[in-house]
Design a protein around this ligand. Structure first.
Ligand SMILES: Cc1ncc(C[n+]2csc(CCOP(=O)(O)OP(=O)(O)O)c2C)c(N)n1
Ligand code: SF4
Length: 241
């Protein structure tokens, strides 16, 4: 049965999710679907998804969607926007795709103030390939490629803060968490509105659950996200508007 409170943009609430039970992606995508529905942009949205668990979003939303090589979503989204300036372009990726293999694309799109919206899901690891260390892995955190904990990087990579240093004054940059869905939805809405107003680059990082690779039960999953929130501060890092 289709639940009445589901955003129209989500294909069907009765369709099984592609994500693992407890994954943060489905919550973020539900919030994103609500934003697209509220802004009435279903027909002009182009959803660009990366390799990684983000690709499992390929049929989650009822909008035009394309998928790229790992790390190339930002570059492909920029091309889409330049070719089709009236479209609303959303690039959706993981922290590995955005901050490791695709970092150069992300930094230059930000530096050039490209008028696209990037939503980056930070679960502190490369999840689809089995939970390897990523730039965002916390100090001491165990991963499949560093089972005794990561001690080589004293602090993880702070993506929004780094981008804010290179960004145009008018850019919109924020960090939210899947455990604060009202705030996450508000930031995504502001970011997309920013693009609709033609103000240039907008970016929202969202801290998210990966119980499968964290190897956590429900309580431990929630607790670990709280630990992430102590390291990665939530809030709007750049919002002149
Ligand atoms: C060019 C290229 N390099 C490496 C891979 C292998 N690969 C597929 S998914 C993935 C990790 C994705 O991690 P992340 O971007 O953090 O997304 P998540 O799965 O955590 O959502 C990697 C390394 C690939 N598909 N293509
Ligand atoms: S591996 Fe992690 S990020 Fe990927 S679908 Fe499962 S819980 Fe979600």
């Amino acid at each position: 049965m289709v639940q009445p409170n589901f955003p129209k943009t989500i294909k069907s609430s009765s369709k099984p999710s592609n994500f693992c039970p407890g994954c943060g992606h489905s919550i973020i995508l539900k919030n994103l679907g609500q934003v697209i529905t509220d802004l009435k942009i279903e027909k002009k949205t182009v959803f660009s998804i990366d390799i990684g668990c983000s690709l499992l979003a390929w049929d989650f939303l009822d909008v035009d969607t394309f998928q790229t090589h790992h790390g190339r979503t930002t570059a492909a989204a920029v091309g889409q926007k330049r070719a089709n300036p009236d479209a609303i372009i959303l690039a959706y990726m993981g922290d590995g795709g955005g901050y490791a293999i695709g970092l150069q694309n992300l930094v230059h799109a930000c530096y050039r103030n490209e008028n696209i919206t990037v939503i980056l899901v930070n679960n502190t690891m490369f999840s689809m390939t089995g939970g390897q260390m990523a730039p965002t892995t916390l100090h001491g955190e165990a991963t499949s490629s560093s089972p005794d904990g990561v001690f080589t990087q004293e602090k993880p990579f702070f993506g929004p803060e780094m981008l804010a240093r290179e960004a145009h004054d008018d850019a919109y940059i924020a960090r939210a968490a899947v455990s604060n869905p009202v705030q996450a939805e508000a930031y995504m809405k502001r970011a997309i509105q920013h693009q609709m107003d033609g103000k240039g680059f907008s970016f929202v990082e969202i801290l998210s659950y990966c119980p499968t690779n964290w190897k956590t039960n429900a309580k431990q999953t929630i607790d670990f996200l709280e630990e992430m929130k102590k390291v990665f501060p939530l809030g709007e890092i750049k919002n002149r508007g």
